[in-house]
Design a protein around this ligand. Sequence first.
Ligand code: FES
Length: 110
Amino acid sequence: MPKITAETATETKAFAADEGRKLVLAIEDAGVDILHRCGGNAKCTTCRVEVLAGDPGEMAEPERNRLAAETGLAENVRLSCQVRVADDLHVRVLGQASVRGLDPGPRPAE
Ligand code: FES
């Protein structure tokens, strides 16, 4: 089972995630209040994470197109709602409800 290490604004969490699971759900179920304002549809980018280590897999078109519309993003930024866990990953969570003072948004489908 892949191991995920997620750095948040206040702590670093380490947990296991089922292979094939959406990264955003694995992070949320580990107790991190990650934002997912569009419900996991590659529209809002609030679920973005910085990938510090590990292979998050190829980007599909919706994610590639949405990230291309942003300026000034680091190359290692991915939309966690579009990443299916396949490898050990070390990520930094860039949007949290408690930090931004926002509702996380509708939970993405499995
Ligand atoms: S882009 Fe909106 S939840 Fe991922």
